[in-house]
Design a protein around this ligand. Structure first.
Ligand code: GLP
Length: 244
């Protein structure tokens, strides 16, 4: 779906999330959301905060799983995805801290495999992700599933692509300070979500959006795997859609 601009698009996505939460609440059920970081979803989170403050939308029955975290990364660091989520969403809504899940960037290497299995198990135990929000990196990554990721991959430790580290360099004051690794949900984890919404704004994303939507399905552009799912919607502004 192509919207005139990212504000209208973000409002539409946040309203959809709010409706899902309310429908589940009415049935006495929890909503399990998969969340993304980066500049792209900021407008959706801001609108969810507004819906909480002005329209009483409650997140008490919402459980969240973030896609990824840099490794190594202290949660209190300003570049951590924990800090990002707190500042953009969690500090402003009534979600229970125990219901927030973000990959742990402080684990010793040898504990990561067990942590990743447990992350998957927790999602399954709750009945799976109701809705997964995605952005897209210029390498075609979703989460931090870089080129070469397998379609059935699970949550795991990955090595970041050079372009991804360059794109993150401003946040870290230079590429050399960007961690070389991350813990990310896999393509397979994302695929199991009942609804997937991939958002992209502005002309910088136009060529990767063209590849993701119209290109050959290949591990070289992990987002192309989304073409295989019936539960995916690409939500774009006109500039991101300009090469389609
Ligand atoms: C990071 C995140 C991705 C995100 C991507 C795009 O790599 N791990 O989940 O989609 O950045 O970021 P932005 O939305 O800032 O363009």
């Amino acid at each position: 779906t192509v919207y005139p601009d990212q504000h209208i698009a973000s409002k539409t996505v946040s309203r959809r999330i709010a409706e899902l939460i309310k429908a589940k609440q009415a049935k006495g059920e929890k909503t399990v959301l998969g969340l993304a970081t980066g500049a792209t979803p900021v407008g959706v989170y801001a609108e969810l905060v507004r819906l909480h403050k002005e329209e009483g939308l409650s997140f008490r029955d919402v459980v969240t799983f973030n896609l990824d975290e840099y490794y190594p990364m202290q949660p209190t660091a300003k570049q951590s995805y924990v800090t990002f989520m707190n500042e953009n969403l969690f500090d402003h809504i009534d979600i229970e801290r125990a219901n927030i899940n973000i990959p742990d960037g402080t684990l010793p290497l040898e504990e990561i495999p067990a942590f990743c299995l447990e992350y998957e198990r927790k999602i399954e135990e709750l009945g799976g992700l109701d809705l997964q929000v995605l952005g897209i990196g210029r390498t075609g990554h979703i989460g931090f599933n870089e080129p070469g990721s397998a379609p059935n991959s699970g949550t795991r430790l990955v090595t970041l692509d050079d372009l991804t580290r360059r794109d993150a360099s401003r946040d870290f004051g230079g590429k050399e300070n960007v961690p070389t690794k991350a813990i990310t949900m896999g393509i397979g984890t994302i695929f199991k979500a009942r609804e997937i919404v991939l958002m992209a704004w502005n002309g910088k994303k136009a060529s990767i959006i063209k590849k993701a939507v119209e290109g050959e399905i290949s591990g070289e552009v992990p987002a192309t795997y989304l073409q295989l799912s019936d539960n995916v919607e690409f939500v774009l502004d006109q500039d991101a859609a300009s090469e389609l």
